[in-house]
Design a protein around this ligand. Sequence first.
Ligand code: SF4
Length: 92
Amino acid sequence: MTKGTPDPLILRTKEALRVAHEGRSARIAENLANIPVASRLTYKKATNGTASPRMAIKAMCMECIGWMRVEVRDCTAVCCPLYLYRPYQKKE
Ligand code: SF4
């Protein structure tokens, strides 16, 4: 790479980001239509940046496991970085 020439890796990354963001709102709206009503607000807030970290973790876990609380509670992915933070855990 010569001086003054843009780094192709940076250009590829910027292009990948642009493509990833393209249509984001439409994809989120499409997801929302397929989420159980009880979880929609949590997902909506997590995807528009107004959720608390706790709420965002809840949205992530619920989406990960298919929107079923009991499955989040009984998650067996003990090495997942969110495992100890997941909602609906049994009180010991
Ligand atoms: S803790 Fe379990 S449910 Fe939550 S993100 Fe990780 S694997 Fe998914």
